[in-house]
Design a protein around this ligand. Structure first.
Ligand code: F0G
Length: 357
């Protein structure tokens, strides 16, 4: 037994990493693939959850960021920039700090979860709240990177997609083949593209017998790929995927075609329902955007598309502690009030309904 060394070391032979690459790592990757009995029971499928909240900054972004920051430093960058709904900024801030370079992050004002905002500030990023939405932030980040000496680390940078494809490698190592279906939340569609690429490479080198059908889900109020046009004012409680003009749109369409995949939209009520199922029945706490994978699974199993007996992997992308407020709300929208008791074992036993032994 040894310590996991991060995806650049673990998959050095399958990434563009050379002796000239300074590997900037916080030990990302190697996340658990958790059999989810409660979801298998609900669907008849064999369901596994790839829990990306277990990465160093609590989201899947770290897989791509170790690659993007390492390559940026290899190319002499002293500063990086990104637009973000929160997780990318947290990850960029942590990896840039670890590398000893500066991170500037542009986030939509008032629209990112408190945990993520705290992370970027804690890791000493130059965090700027832009009076606009994520799509505005990405346009600005691209323009700044084109005109100033600052390196772009959004997923339009191919190094990000390359790092993130390692999630598929890990799934294949555990299952000894690709699953029948792989489900991810979709914002910019970078991760959808990355998993497809990873699985495509596994198939091409003969490590698997099939490509999984790639299923991606967007929030109903922010579902440009599903409706087929840019959404000007995207809206959803799943702030991580509140994106109206996905950066990897065309790559994702190609990945869908290659894998006989699918893009669907899920409304916020069902996202929160799935959030509750995952935390209260499986024991995995995620942020709302991540729960859309579970909602997509339940919908497609109901529709008879995901059939009993098939193997399904859901990527849940971010940790629940980043945006914990949703757990404190009931299905009908009222606040959860934790019960208060005195320092009294008899009262507590009574409240818990415990009979005296
Ligand atoms: N889930 C979470 C928790 C995310 O933070 C994101 C994207 C996605 C899913 C969607 O991934 O963009 O590759 O389709 N978050 C970005 C950010 C936009 O800035 O943190 P995608």
């Amino acid at each position: 037994s040894r310590q996991w060394r991060g995806v650049l070391h673990e998959y050095a032979d399958r990434l563009d990493v050379t002796d000239a690459t300074p590997v900037i790592t916080l030990g990302e990757g190697g996340t658990p693939l958790i059999p989810a009995a409660a979801l298998s029971a609900r669907t008849g499928a064999n369901v596994f959850v790839k829990y990306e909240g277990m990465n160093p900054t609590g989201s899947f972004k770290d897989r791509g960021m170790t690659m993007a920051i390492s390559k940026a430093v290899e190319h002499g960058a002293k500063a990086v920039i990104c637009a973000s709904t929160g997780n990318t900024s947290a990850s960029a801030a942590a990896y840039a700090t670890h590398a000893g370079i500066t991170a500037a992050v542009l986030v939509p004002e008032g629209k990112i979860a408190m945990g993520k905002l705290s992370q970027a500030i804690a890791h000493d990023a130059r965090l700027l709240q832009v009076r606009g939405n994520f799509d505005d932030c990405l346009d600005l980040a691209r323009e700044l990177a084109n005109n100033y000496p600052v390196h772009l680390v959004n997923s339009v940078n191919n190094d990000r997609i390359e790092g993130q494809k390692t999630g598929a490698f890990e799934v294949v190592e555990v299952l000894r083949d690709a699953p029948d279906f792989h489900i991810v939340p979709v914002g910019n569609a970078g991760n959808y593209t990355a998993y497809h690429r990873g699985y495509r490479e596994e198939l091409d080198r003969g490590a698997t017998t099939k490509l999984p059908r790639m299923f991606g889900f967007q929030a109903a109020g922010s579902a440009p790929i599903v409706v087929g046009h840019v959404v000007k004012d995207p809206d959803t409680i799943a702030s991580a995927i509140r994106i109206g003009n996905p950066a990897s749109w065309q790559l994702a369409i190609a990945a869908r075609e290659d894998s006989d995949g699918y893009f669907g939209a899920i409304d916020d009520t069902r996202i929160l329902e799935a959030h509750r199922i995952l935390s209260a029945e499986v024991g995995i706490f995620v942020e709302p955007a991540s729960a859309i994978s579970v909602a997509g699974l339940l919908e497609q199993a109901d529709a008879g598309v995901i059939t009993p007996g098939s193997t399904v992997v859901l990527t849940v992308t971010g940790h629940g502690l980043k945006d914990p407020q949703w757990a404190l709300r009931t299905a009908d929208g009222s606040d959860v009030q934790p019960e208060s008791v005195g320092v009294d074992p008899v009262e507590i036993a009574d409240v818990l309904g415990l009979a005296a032994a």
